[in-house]
Each structure stands twice: as structure tokens, then as C-alpha cells.
Design a protein around this ligand. Structure first.
Ligand code: OOB
Length: 560
């Protein structure tokens, strides 16, 4: 991996992180082997839809056999493989097989469509793409066929579960294990997706060393051990359910991961009871939904000790309702796929738990709060959050121009979040400087959506901003200026156009407003601030509240 492709920690930092014991010199492949040797018969993965219960020995053997089959198909160390799977057991078989041979999963979400998938495959030069045949009423084989036609590097499509159609069934790939040289602990393990604020998503290179630290660091803070049962509700590939402490943290601890096929209480609550789930993680809209549903449920939720809530700001009022409704401890999580993760501690005073977004995992996480000129603000004042540390990347993958903007010269990541630090050292998220919409935890880069709208022949200019939403926190509002002479156009035409360009549904504008001009700042730039204010004045949340509780449009993920 060249320096340019993935900026790494300077040697003196790497040495420091090793000497401090944060980087343990482990890889994911070896980690699973050790767990399988230590407790082969303990259940690692429960997939309730398929009815499978894989022990650690099962997962280890499957990963080995799949690794052998992938190798014999020419997939080798350093190759990129786009993995787009729902919450099914094969997700773990695939990623551990890839970890073992040192090929890099590129984590896509089930909601991604042609626009995103083609980009991930092209940008990474992916040699393979792994999908489920069908999920949530969508046929991923059709998406794979289009992708393969578009992307010349793509040699293989593997289909997990269901009829593979013209492609190869994942279950046919496995072979007798062979010997192979695995990756080193400081090699890249995978490419994660950034929430992004630019036209195309950026890829986040994570190493075995740094990611594994974030796992065991999280486990200590969230009290995850071999008795923990983690319910994976959010899409498994997202950084929050994957590692905070998530399914990989749980596997590191020797616990059990239960895959939840959908986030609705009707689906999750019976699983909590049946499997004795002790810990799970949700985005705020789902946490609200669960808190509302819990008092009326017939299911026994008493095994649940900890509910992690993060991905977007959780309001204090909602946070206060968690323990009374669900009988468990709330842990707020403020994290990012680029690295830094903050948690409120289980023994923090209630006031801290409900009013802050926690503090960093590591004593070596460096936090700076600065003004627009990168000068540190006075303690307790609000400013931009910059961070550097043992599990925060030093640059995006293959993106030198972005890196020059997103990182300071001495390697601090510009999170784009506006925060303040309390006297107790806890972080409170006060806002955001990045041009992004956080739709119930799902991150949407305004520029990406704007570019798609601008491709419409009748559109002269477009600006996309967040508008407040009582349930999702924010939703997507597009302001559009039509070309002079373009006939009248309906909002739905713009929405349909964007959807048909193959953009994930959560990025399609919830509202489209046609205007003649955009408000401007003093220097003549478009004032997104004024547009946001306009959206807030005229949007859905300014209307009188609906008479009955809104049925929740299940937010699939906090993400990209
Ligand atoms: C998580 O990761 P990403 O990469 O999808 O998004 C990161 C961004 C943060 O920079 C911040 O803007 C926002 O999401 N965010 C929060 C938050 N947690 C994340 N904003 C306010 N309050 C919070 N609690 O979203 C993520 C990754 C790991 C663990 C948890 C969340």
C-alpha cells in the first residue's frame, strides 16, 4: 500500500501507541482463531431468519474455507471486495474470510444503489462484489448485473442466500482450507465509508491494530464480556453497530451476536426475550420508537442492561425516558467512522448521561476545540472539534486534495462537528460546520444530492439543506431554480429523477421547493444558513403536530 493511497501514523506515534499497549499486534483473522480455540462450542452468531446458530468453531471453519475458495479464484491480499449484505450470518463469514487473506472489504450499506455501488467499485478497482439475492423487496442481482456491466475490474459477483441467478452462490465458493500468508497487524483491514460532505463519498482506511483497539477499548467502557449478548439492529457494516462495541467488539470478548432483521420493536423485542440480549445500539429515532413501545409490550426485556444511542444528537428529554421505559442504562455514543468514539460511562451521574455525548475511549485521544482560525477557544467555549489519536485515521484513502482540507498539518482530523467540553471533560455536540444532513443518523452530503439534481435538463441551480424534523431530527430539503423557459415542473419529478439516477432512497429530497433566486451572503455566495432558516420556517415541523403518533419510517442506518 503506497503512502499516497493511505496516509498512516508517523513512526513516533505508532511506536507510542504500541508502547502504551493500545496496539496489541493482533489481526482479525488470528483473533477469531484464538477465540475458536479457547471456546469452540460457544455461540458466536445467531441469524434468526435463517435459523442458524454458529459456534466460534463454525465461524472459524467457514471463514477458512471461504478464504481458500476466494484465493483459488484469484482474490489476493490487497484486493478490494465491495460487501453489501443485510444483517445475515454470512456477513461475518465473508469479512473474516477477507480479513484472513488480507483482501479488503469495502463496506456498502443495503440502501446503496447503482450510483454509490458503481462509484465504490470503480474508485477502489474492486475485483469482487458480494450481495444477498434479494432483501427488503429489492433484487440485488439486478444491481450486480448493472454494476458488472459498468465496472471493468469486477471479475466476480457472489450471492449469499437465495437464488444466485447468473452469478456464483457464496455457498459454492468454500473449499478445503489451504495455507496462506495473512496480513500484518499494521496492514489495512478494510475501507469504511465516510458520512461525507463532498460530491462523492470518501473511503476510510482502518488497520487491524487501530480498529481492534477501538473494540477492546469500547468493551471495557461498555462492560462487554463473554456473557454479553449484542443485538445488531442497525446495518451490520456501519461503524456504530460494527465496533461501538458492536458485533466485532462482542466477538472479541467471546460473547454472542444476534442479528436483527429489522429495527421495529415487534421484531426486536421477541429476540431480546428469546436470546437474553444484554446490550444493543440504536440511532435516536429508533430509541424514541422503542421507548414508546416498551411500556406496552408483553415481552420480557429485563435482560437488557445497556442501550447505546448515537449517530445523531439524542435530545435530553428523550434520553431521560430511556431508563423508565426500558429499564436499562443509557450510554450516549458520539462516534465517527474516521475514528474517535466517545461514550458516557455506565457509572456517570444521570445528569451527565442525559446531557452530554460522552468522552473519548482513549487517554491518548487528543481533542482540540478551535475557532475558525484554528485557535483554541477558552475552556467551555464552543468551537470546531479536531482530533488525533490511536484509532483515528491520518487521511482518507487515495484522496490527497480532501486530506489537505480535512486534516491539519500535524495530523488532526477536522470532524466538522461544533462542540463544547464540560468541566468534567465530557463533550456536548452543539452543531455542525460540515455541509451535511444528518437524517436520523444517516449522513447525506448536500453536494452529492445537488450534483444529481443539477443533472436534470430543466434545472439551472440547486441547493440542498437540512430542515428540522420532529422524528428524524433532520430531513432533506432541496431548493431548485429552473432554467428560464423550462416548463413548470413538479417536486415529484425532481425526486423521481434523483431516485432513477440510482441514488440511495434516504438521500432523495423529502421536500423540493422551486425558487427564483437563492439568498446570498455579504460576499455574494449562496447563504445556506438563510436557506436552512427558510426551510425551518416553512417545513413540515412548523405545521401543527399530527393528531396520532406517526408510524415510524424505519431509518435503516446511521450513515453515509
Ligand atoms: C457515526 O459515524 P458516522 O461516520 O456515520 O457519522 C459521524 C458523524 C459525527 O461527526 C457527527 O456529526 C454525527 O455523526 N454524530 C453525532 C453523534 N454521533 C455521531 N452527532 C451528535 N450526537 C451524537 N451522539 O455516526 C457513529 C460511529 C460510531 C459510533 C457511533 C456513531
Amino acid at each position: 500500500m503506497s503512502e499516497r493511497a493511505a496516509p498512516v501514523w508517523p513512526a513516533e506515534f505508532a511506536e507510542r501507541y504500541r508502547a502504551a499497549g493500545w496496539w496489541r499486534g493482533e489481526t482479525f483473522g488470528e483473533m477469531l482463531r484464538q477465540r475458536a480455540e479457547a471456546h469452540p462450542d460457544r455461540i458466536a452468531i445467531v441469524d434468526p431468519v435463517a435459523g442458524s446458530r454458529w459456534t466460534y468453531a463454525d465461524l472459524d471453519r467457514r471463514a477458512d474455507r471461504l478464504a481458500a475458495g476466494l484465493l483459488s479464484r484469484g482474490i489476493a491480499k490487497g484486493d478490494k471486495v465491495v460487501v453489501q449484505l443485510p444483517n445475515i450470518a454470512e456477513f461475518f463469514e465473508v469479512i473474516f474470510a477477507l480479513f484472513r487473506i488480507g483482501a479488503l472489504p469495502v463496506f456498502a450499506l443495503p440502501a446503496h444503489r447503482e450510483s454509490e455501488i458503481t462509484y465504490f467499485c470503480e474508485f477502489t478497482g474492486a475485483v469482487a462484489y458480494v450481495v444477498a439475492a434479494e432483501h427488503g423487496g429489492y433484487d440485488y442481482r439486478a444491481l450486480a448485473a448493472k454494476t458488472r456491466a459498468n465496472v471493468t475490474t469486477l471479475r466476480h459477483v457472489f450471492v449469499a442466500q437465495g437464488d444466485p441467478g447468473e452469478f456464483e452462490a457464496l455457498s459454492e465458493v468454500a473449499e478445503e482450507p489451504v495455507g496462506y500468508g495473512g496480513p500484518r497487524p499494521d496492514d489495512l483491514a478494510f475501507l469504511q465509508l465516510s458520512g461525507g460532505s463532498t460530491g462523492v463519498p470518501k473511503l476510510i482506511p482502518r488497520t487491524h491494530d487501530d480498529y481492534i483497539y477501538s473494540l477492546w477499548g469500547s468493551n471495557e467502557i461498555c462492560a462487554v464480556d463473554e456473557n454479553s449478548v449484542y443485538l445488531c439492529v442497525l446495518p451490520a457494516a456501519h461503524n456504530f453497530p460494527l465496533s461501538s462495541p458492536g458485533s466485532l467488539g462482542t466477538l472479541y470478548a467471546g460473547g454472542r451476536v444476534v442479528l436483527c432483521p429489522a429495527p421495529a420493536p415487534e421484531v426486536a423485542f421477541p429476540l431480546i426475550e428469546r436470546e437474553g440480549v444484554t446490550i444493543t445500539g440504536l440511532v435516536p429515532p429508533l430509541a424514541l420508537l422503542w421507548t414508546e413501545a416498551a411500556p406496552g409490550t408483553a415481552h420480557d426485556l429485563s435482560s437488557l442492561d445497556v442501550l447505546l444511542v448515537g449517530g445523531a444528537k439524542f435530545s435530553e428529554e428523550a434520553a431521560r425516558r430511556v431508563r423508565p421505559a426500558l429499564g436499562c442504562t443509557l450510554q450516549q455514543v458520539f462516534g465517527m467512522a474516521e475514528g474517535l468514539v466517545n461514550y458516557t460511562r455506565l457509572d456517570d451521574p444521570v445528569e451527565t448521561i442525559v446531557t452530554t455525548q460522552g468522552r473519548p475511549i482513549s487517554p491518548d485521544d487528543e481533542i482540540l476545540v478551535v475557532d475558525d482560525q484554528d485557535r483554541e477557544v477558552a475552556p467551555g467555549e464552543t468551537g470546531h472539534l479536531l482530533t488525533r489519536g490511536p484509532y483515528t485515521i491520518r487521511g482518507y484513502w487515495n484522496a490527497p486534495e480532501h486530506n489537505a482540507r480535512s486534516f491539519t498539518e500535524d495530523g488532526f482530523y477536522r470532524t466538522g462537528d461544533i462542540v463544547r467540553i464540560t468541566e468534567s471533560g465530557h463533550i456536548v455536540v452543539e452543531g455542525r460546520a460540515k455541509d451535511q444532513i444528518n437524517r436520523g443518523g444517516e449522513k447525506i452530503a448536500a453536494e452529492e444530492v445537488e450534483n444529481h439534481i443539477l443533472a436534470h435538463p430543466a434545472v439551472h441551480d440547486a441547493n440542498v439543506v437540512a430542515e428540522p424534523d420532529p422524528y428524524l431530527g433532520e430531513r432533506v430539503c432541496a431548493y431548485v431554480i429552473l432554467r428560464s423557459g423550462a416548463g413548470p415542473l413538479k417536486a415529484v419529478a425532481i425526486k423521481r429523477f434523483v431516485r432513477e439516477r440510482g441514488l440511495a432512497a434516504y438521500k432523495v429530497p423529502d421536500r423540493v421547493e422551486f425558487v427564483d433566486v437563492f439568498p446570498q451572503t455579504g460576499v455574494g455566495k449562496v447563504s445556506k444558513k438563510d436557506l436552512r432558516n427558510a426551510a425551518a420556517r416553512t417545513g413540515a415541523s412548523s405545521a401543527p403536530p399530527a393528531p396520532s403518533p406517526v408510524p415510524a419510517p424505519a431509518p435503516a442506518a446511521p450513515s453515509h
